[in-house]
Design a protein around this ligand. Structure first.
Ligand SMILES: NC(=O)c1ccc[n+]([C@@H]2O[C@H](COP(=O)([O-])OP(=O)(O)OC[C@H]3O[C@@H](n4cnc5c(N)ncnc54)[C@H](OP(=O)(O)O)[C@@H]3O)[C@@H](O)[C@H]2O)c1
Length: 334
């Protein structure tokens, strides 16, 4: 990949964005990365760790700054959450580079992180059980369904607004949707996320727990493989050799997934790891919500997803052992 590329990254201080920054900097030490960072001191710290990084001090509400920085970038990576105005501002900036031609002719220009929680139908009761009639979602055969779920679902309004806006502005956008993220973050700052919440909750209760029978199953991937998949998609997008192979907008939703993991498997593993004497406790979805505001969703629901589009492009996950990721670096995660 030519070294003169300019990448604009948001969320660089976070769990996923920090990992993406680290992967980018290691794999492409010569590309120029601009990163949106809220605090001056944090900006200086990251600039000292990553010599190819220039901080852009501001936040996602700084819409003119987002627009002008995106306008100078060859590729934008957003890892800062579902912020529709911020994403629209960056799409406007990218569109100003395109001089009016259609999105597909430019290929992907924006990659934004989302998640498969949009697939959960929260109008149904949360039982903690795997629905025997359910099947894994494919980002190829279910692409249209994934991008037309009701807008009141988690991530759905942002996913659909970003795609509609990208299409109307002629910008090619990719949505990257990892399942549960396992392992220690690779970034300089934030190293832990949701798996740490469950570990901490089990430790403080002295007993592992599941909602209902705990057969609810999320697909998972390692945080390292998420970083790798993002860099891979960016490389493919910017490489002339692969131009046209990476779908955008309506064809631009990519799962990242390595395997499936039920809640009861997690609960048993942490019971063993912590040497807890009592067996796994079954709790209600309401009780899970009392433990954590998203507990009923994280621990009581599940969706299995298949990264068929990435597989078609030739990408494969490297970390396939979730128990090793649970324990790596003495990690307090489960
Ligand atoms: N973690 C997961 O398990 C998971 C799974 C699937 C999908 N995702 C998706 O991945 C994305 C990132 O998640 P994450 O887990 O990495 O979250 P995170 O660790 O909380 O990181 C969020 C990042 O966004 C930045 N940010 C938030 N609000 C901002 C604002 N107003 N202005 C500027 N920066 C702002 C944060 O900056 P500060 O450091 O300044 O707060 C931080 O760098 C989200 O879209 C999430 O839905 C995550």
């Amino acid at each position: 990949m030519p070294t003169e590329y300019n990448i604009f990254l948001t969320g660089a201080t976070g769990f996923a964005g920090g990992t993406i920054l680290d992967c980018l900097a290691k794999v492409h030490p010569d590309i120029r990365i601009k990163a949106l960072i809220r605090q001056e001191e944090v900006a200086k710290e990251l600039e000292s760790v990553y010599p190819n990084l220039t901080a852009v001090v501001g936040d996602l509400a700084s819409l003119p700054l987002l627009k002008s920085t995106a306008a100078e970038a060859d590729f934008v990576i957003h890892a800062g959450g579902d912020d529709i105005p911020a994403l629209c501002a960056m799409i406007h900036g990218l569109a100003s580079r395109n001089r009016g031609s259609d999105a597909e002719s430019h290929g992907p220009q924006l990659l934004s992180l989302t998640g498969p929680r949009s697939l959960i139908d929260l109008s149904k009761p949360i039982t903690g059980s795997l629905d025997p009639k359910s099947r894994p979602w494919s980002d190829i055969t279910d692409a249209q369904r994934i991008l037309s779920v009701p807008e009141d679902r988690i991530h759905a309004d942002a996913d659909q607004a970003i795609i509609a806006h990208s299409k109307s502005r002629g910008v090619g956008t990719i949505l990257v949707s990892p399942g549960q993220l396992w392992g220690q973050g690779k970034g300089h700052l934030k190293k832990e996320r949701h798996a740490a919440f469950y570990y901490a909750a089990v430790k403080s209760r002295g007993r592992a727990f599941v909602v209902g029978d705990g057969t609810a199953t999320w697909s998972w991937t390692s945080i390292g493989d998420l970083g790798d998949a993002v860099v891979f998609l960016m490389e493919q997008s910017l490489s002339e050799e692969f131009q046209g192979r990476v779908g955008v907008n309506d064809k631009g939703y990519y799962f990242v997934s390595s395997g499936d993991l039920s809640m009861i498997e997690r609960a048993k593993a942490v019971t063993e790891r912590l040497g807890l004497r009592e067996g796994v406790e079954s709790i209600s979805a309401a009780a899970a919500k009392e433990i954590h505001p998203f507990g009923h969703i994280m621990w009581g629901c599940g969706e299995r997803v298949r990264a068929d589009k990435l597989a078609e492009l030739g990408w494969r996950p490297k970390d396939l052992d979730w128990k090793a990721l649970m324990e790596e670096h003495g990690g307090e995660r489960a």
